[in-house]
Design a protein around this ligand. Structure first.
Ligand code: KIV
Length: 275
């Protein structure tokens, strides 16, 4: 029996597929994953794009920010995800300080992510300051996704995770950055935590698809952190998050029942042992 979800695509998703989806006005679904098992589940459910986000720093490693993530951490998570995926496009975040120093270093980092981890594309945070780097990586044949708005690797510059680009000057800068990233060759841009009307303007101003998180309904696609949308993280409830399950409660209940059965001697029973 097929285990594939009803939304599953017949073919592998490529960067061209997501660009074509914008043209045909088909919304793009993207979720994060960091391991083989979860990646396999969301891939067979039919998600278009899987992002191995450096949010692994928060949800897998327990750090407060994404700053501590290293290339070795991201290569490990990405290679686990790639082994679990048959159809989705797998994009990996390049971690903080693996691409900001020089375009040459950035190209080496991007190359490692493709060769050692098997990523299909990489994602970088930033606008004008990274366009030469984007161009260099794209010229080498590596597809790049941009990321504007709230860029968590710059948390110590922002000082807060609040909505970005509410003021006109920052909004204009973001729109300019989106166009510069497109010119530099990105195939798509994540827009994180910006006003919905600004996301609409950006989406209408670039030919490449925008993927929103806390950026309203006008983006060409949406992304959520898997642990958040599955309700694994009960203390994180920003306005933009929709929870599709309450796995924190389900897991707590399941583990509680297991402990009870072990303590009472009910587990294992006759059919759960070898004679
Ligand atoms: O790291 C991440 O999970 C991300 C998404 C929130 C877009 O960059």
């Amino acid at each position: 029996m097929s285990t594939e979800g009803k939304n599953s695509r017949p073919d592998k998703v490529t960067t061209q597929t997501v660009v074509d989806m914008k043209q045909s006005r088909e919304k793009i679904s993207m979720l994060t994953a960091y391991d083989f098992t979860m990646a396999g589940i969301i891939d067979s459910a039919g998600v278009d794009v899987i992002l191995v986000g450096d949010s692994a720093s928060n949800v897998m490693a327990g750090f407060d920010t994404t700053v501590p993530m290293t290339m070795d951490h991201m290569i490990y998570h990405t290679s686990c995800v790639v082994r679990g995926v048959k159809k989705a496009l797998v994009i990996a975040d390049l971690p903080f300080m693996s691409y900001q120093v020089t375009a040459k270093e950035a190209l080496i980092s991007a190359g490692r992510m493709m060769k050692e981890a098997g990523a299909h594309a990489i994602k970088l945070e930033g606008g004008k300051s990274i366009t030469a780097t984007v161009q260099r990586i794209v010229d080498a044949g590596i597809p790049v996704m941009g990321h504007l708005g709230l860029t968590p690797q710059s948390i110590y510059k922002f000082g807060t995770y609040k909505v970005r680009a509410k003021e006109e000057r920052e909004a204009e800068e973001l729109l300019r950055d989106a166009k510069l990233l497109e010119e530099a060759g990105v195939f798509s841009i994540v827009l994180e935590k910006i006003p919905s009307e600004l996301a609409k303007k950006v989406t209408e101003s670039v030919a490449v698809p925008t993927i929103g998180i806390g950026a309203g309904p006008h983006c060409d696609g949406q992304v959520l952190v898997l642990h958040d949308m599955l309700g694994l993280n009960k203390d994180f409830s920003p306005r933009f998050l929709r929870r599709y399950a309450d796995l924190h409660s389900s897991m707590t209940e399941a583990v509680g029942n297991y402990i009870k059965d072990v303590k009472s001697g009910d587990f294992p029973n006759e059919s759960e042992q070898y004679n």
